[in-house]
Design a protein around this ligand. Structure first.
Ligand code: IMP
Ligand code: MG
Length: 177
């Protein structure tokens, strides 16, 4: 598996340090607000697990699963495969996502959840790839900016593989072909 990686972009140690910092910022910003963290499966699972251990306030968690409709990404249509199990009206929502790439997924999700009249919606994205942005969405909390390359590890996959790498790496181009 490690042989498929061209180079390590972000080491496990760097991930740990920055994720802890985001957790401390959220702790300060949402004190006494009882926020609900909404993880976007599956990519969020390692980031969210590490992040939550640095969030030292009363809060709840839930998960959604989404996927882009094949062939219609230009329309921004996103399919909800698993919806929330709890009401978010009046709640402070923090969406936890692996990467903000084109922004299509997160802008759809934000609009979808705003319809339920939460008190606020913030976005925590582990990675930000601004080169590919197609919507004007920004992450309120983001750990690392990454170049325009396909990255895997720490929850991010290529064809469902590599999620278990403890670092973020760039895949060798021959893996795609
Ligand atoms: P969007 O383009 O911002 O809508 O991102 C949609 C989803 O594509 C993200 O949540 C990731 O799951 C996936 N994705 C985008 N870029 C990468 C990447 O470099 N590696 C792995 N997954 C990615
Ligand atoms: Mg994802």
């Amino acid at each position: 598996m490690n042989n498929d990686i061209e180079r390590v972009l972000i080491s496990a140690e760097e991930l740990e340090a920055h994720v802890a910092e985001i957790g401390r910022k959220i702790t300060a910003d949402f004190k006494d607000k009882d926020p609900i963290f909404v993880g976007v499966l599956k990519g969020c699972f390692i980031f969210m697990a590490d992040l939550m251990r640095h969030v030292d306030i009363r809060c709840t968690m839930d998960f959604m699963a989404v996927s882009s409709y094949a062939g219609t990404s230009s329309t921004g249509a996103v399919k909800i495969n698993k919806d929330l199990g709890q009401d978010i009206e009046g709640r402070h929502v923090i969406i936890v996502e692996d990467i903000l790439d084109s922004g299509v997924t997160l802008s759809y999700l934000k609009g979808y959840l705003l319809n339920r009249r939460p008190a606020s919606i913030s976005i925590a994205a582990l990675l930000d790839k601004p080169a590919r942005r197609r919507s004007d969405i920004v992450a309120d909390y983001s750990c690392f900016e990454v170049p325009d390359a396909f990255v895997v590890g720490y929850g991010l996959d290529y064809n469902e593989q590599y999620r278990n790498l403890p670092y973020i790496g760039v895949l060798k181009p021959e893996i795609y072909s």
